[in-house]
Design a protein around this ligand. Structure first.
Ligand SMILES: [Mn+2]
Length: 374
C-alpha cells in the first residue's frame, strides 16, 4: 500500500503587496502552485490513499478563489478514484456556531472524506483504517472523542491529528492545541500518526510512530532552511512501513544576519550585505535581513530603499533592526514602524551636530512638534 501524507496547505493565504500578471496576490499564487505540484505528484504516483492533516484552507471562510481552486485540484484526484481523507485544522475550524464548516463543501466530491465538527470518524481502505480526529475547539468534546478513539484490530491504523504533540510544536497561533498528555499512551495503538500543524517535516522524538509532514510552502521566517513537500508512506505485507520525504520546489527564502552592527562602519556593513548578494542567488527570493545592535544613525543610512538597490531582483525584503542603546547597552526590537520617528530623528540630528548641542536640541524640538501635529 502506498499512502501520501501532506498537510498545512493554507489555501487562500496572502502576504505582501506583490501582485502577479493576473492580478492575484503573488504569495497567494505561490501557495496554490505548491498545492498543484503535490497534486501533480499524486496523479503521477497514483497512491492507494491520500491523507491531509489539516489547515487545508487558511481561514474558516476562504475566498471564492481559494475554494474553487481547492475543489478543482481535488477533482483531479477524484478522477483517478483515489480516496482522500482530510481533517479540519485550527485555521479552518469555525470559531462560532454562526459559521458553517467549509470542509462540508468537500463532501460533494465522491472520493473526498472530510472530517470536521466535533466527532472522530474512521474509514477503511483495504488493509488500512484511517482515523480522522479533526481539530475540536471545545476541550470537553475533544476529551469525549479521545476517550472513544480505538484502533481496529487486524488493520494498519493511521491516526490523523492537527495538534502540537508535546509543547514543542506550538506555532504561537490563535486556537492551537497541545495534545492532551493523558491520552498520549493511546497513540501507541496506532501504527502511524499523521500529524499536521507544525510546519516542518519532523518525526516526533517521544513518539517515533508520529510524523509531521510539514506545510507545503513557507509561512514565516521560522521555516527558512526547511524543505517543503510531502511524505510517501509505503506499507509492506508484514505490517512494517517506510517513510520518505519528497520535496517540491518552492520560492527561496534567504536570511542575512549581522551581529554587533554598532561596531562596524556603515561602509563595512554595506560591504557585508553586498557580498551576501553576490554569494547567494537572490532572484525572486524573500529576504529576511537581521541587523543586531545597529545604531539609529546607521539604520538611517542602511534604509529600505538602500537595501532594495543591493537586492534589485528579490521578491520581498523583510528587514529587522535590533537597536543598540549605548547608555544601557540594552537592545530592543525596532520594526519598520513610525511610532518613534521623533526619537529616531532626534538621535540622527544629535549625531550630525555633535559639536552644537544647542542647535541639535532646537532642531529636535521643532521636529518633535511637527511629528506631534501630523
Ligand atoms: Mn494549524
Amino acid at each position: 500500500m502506498h499512502i501520501i501524507h501532506f498537510s498545512d496547505t493554507h489555501l487562500g493565504f496572502q502576504a505582501y503587496d506583490n501582485v502577479d500578471d493576473n492580478g492575484i496576490n503573488a504569495r497567494e499564487q505561490d501557495v496554490y502552485d505548491a498545492f498543484e505540484r503535490i497534486v501533480d505528484r499524486i496523479c503521477a504516483e497514483k497512491p492507494d490513499v491520500v491523507i491531509h492533516s489539516g489547515d487545508f484552507f487558511h481561514r474558516p471562510s476562504p475566498s471564492n478563489r481559494a475554494l474553487t481552486f481547492g475543489m478543482e485540484q481535488l477533482r483531479r484526484v477524484c478522477d483517478l478514484d483515489i480516496p482522500l481523507v482530510v481533517i479540519s485544522g485550527n485555521h479552518e475550524t469555525p470559531k462560532t456556531v454562526y459559521t458553517s464548516p467549509i470542509l462540508r463543501a468537500l463532501r460533494t466530491l465522491h472520493c473526498v472524506y472530510p472530517a470536521f465538527g466535533d466527532v472522530w470518524e474512521k474509514w477503511t481502505f483495504g488493509d488500512v483504517t484511517v482515523h480522522a480526529m479533526p481539530h475540536i475547539n471545545d476541550y470537553r468534546k475533544l476529551f469525549e472523542e479521545l476517550e472513544k478513539l480505538q484502533p481496529v484490530e487486524g488493520s494498519f491504523n493511521i491516526l490523523m491529528l492537527h495538534t502540537s504533540l508535546g509543547k514543542r510544536y506550538l506555532m504561537e497561533e490563535y486556537g492551537e492545541q497541545v495534545f492532551p498528555p493523558e491520552f498520549e499512551e493511546k497513540l501507541q495503538g496506532f501504527q502511524y500518526v499523521a500529524l499536521g500543524h507544525w510546519h516542518n517535516y519532523q518525526q516526533v522524538n517521544l513518539h517515533p510512530n508520529a510524523w509531521y509532514s510539514g506545510s507545503t510552502e513557507r509561512f514565516s521566517d521560522t521555516e527558512i532552511g526547511a524543505e517543503k513537500g510531502f511524505i510517501n508512506l509505503k506499507l509492506a505485507a508484514d505490517g512494517t512501513f517506510t517513510n520518505t520525504f519528497e520535496a517540491i520546489p518552492t520560492r527561496p527564502w534567504l536570511k542575512f544576519e549581522s551581529h554587533h552592527c554598532h561596531a562596524l562602519s556603515v561602509d563595512e556593513l554595506r560591504e557585508k550585505i553586498k557580498s551576501f548578494a553576490v554569494e547567494n542567488d537572490t532572484r525572486g527570493a524573500i529576504m529576511t535581513l537581521v541587523f543586531n545592535d545597529i545604531r539609529v544613525e546607521q539604520s538611517l543610512e542602511i534604509s529600505n530603499q538602500h537595501l532594495r538597490e543591493i537586492f534589485p531582483h528579490c521578491f520581498q525584503l523583510l528587514p529587522k533592526r535590533r537597536m543598540y542603546n549605548e547608555k544601557s547597552h540594552a537592545t530592543r526590537w525596532e520594526a519598520q514602524s513610525f511610532d518613534s520617528l521623533d526619537k529616531l530623528f532626534s538621535a540622527y540630528v544629535r549625531e550630525q551636530y555633535r559639536d552644537d548641542e544647542a542647535m541639535a536640541q532646537k532642531l529636535a524640538q521643532k521636529a518633535a512638534s511637527f511629528f506631534n501635529q501630523h
